[in-house]
Design a binder for this molecule. Sequence first.
Ligand code: PLP
Length: 400
Amino acid sequence: MKLIADRLDRISPSLTIAMTSKARALKAAGKDIVGLSSGEPDFDTPRNVKDAAIAAIERGETKYTDVAGTPALRQAVCARFKADHGLDFTPEEILIATGGKQVIFDALLATINPGDEAIIPAPCWVSYPDIVELAEGKPVIVACDQNSGFKLRPEQLEAAITPKTKWFLLNNPCNPTGAAYSAEELKALTDVLMRHPDVWVFTDDIYEKLAYDGFRPATVLEVEPRLRDRTVTMNGCSKAYAMTGWRIGYAAAPVHLIKQMDKLQSQSTSNTSSVSQAAAVEALTGPQDSIDTMRVAYKRRRDMMVEELNAAPGLYCHKPEGAFYVFPSMQGCIGKTTKGGKAIGSDEDFCTALLEEEGVACVHGTAFMYPGHFRISYATSDAVLKEACTRIRRFCEGMR
Ligand code: PLP
């Protein structure tokens, strides 16, 4: 009898994690590697947040909590939604999970029946299609044009909806493109959803604090409150507070769905770490100025990356509104041969050769359901990014 379940044949390991591990292994083997593949802030977790965790340990808050999270954290999440978006939630409408990733997992596993469809605008974060597949659903990938800033147009959403559509998964700002929707742009999409009362919306707002030049990403419920009984709003501490390792994500959703997600979570991980939850209360309710510091740095890095990449032959880089990624096109390099003699026929060839010949680790666009591009995370120091740009330019200039 075969050991591994068939359901695992439907998914692959996260390609961003795989690339990051590969780069880490090459570095450990003594290779000079510049890693731009990881979606992780280079900043340290703010001091006040660390102190809150230490204080929680000292108080003995080291035991199981409610599956859905401590009352204090659920209250803090409600206060954050109110302050940021004017949204009123009660703690019963909130679930705390082991990262935003588990929120997605809980929501989709709790709702998708075999054959149910989930609309996913592409480029998309690597995990969405796989989690849908794991739940035996069908990812419906809708390609968004670079000329539309990689944003889904309302007519594309309308055309993708069928009687089998259960979910529309939106990521705003987006990983891997950094594209973010304003209130006006989002309203055009929610108008479509208002015509389809059976479709649920999952909005992954995990990068919402990271937007530049005064751009303010909107969230679904602030532009269309009538979607409240079929919207899951997801957020978390990983990106905004440089807390990836603490594993704090949260959802606001109708109580009947939260209860089912709670049931699922009670039979998998139970609560996320009690200490992390105490830290998250401080992150969400304490001083928010560390976000401003990070935002200033990310904006400077984004501007530098866009300028440098656009100066490399064969590349074109759209300037995104938010997150900490750029998603340049490498289509101008297809058909060429690198200095090291490698023929470039795809985005994967490009990223493999870039890693082998120049030691720069990026993730190819196909991993995000969008070939012909690659993703660079600029959540790393200016000096490292400068070095990366020098190498990428040399790599492109060396092609014939
Ligand atoms: N959503 C998006 C778009 C992401 O890029 C990530 C992390 O890379 C997550 C969710 C999950 O974040 P976490 O599980 O660390 O909260």
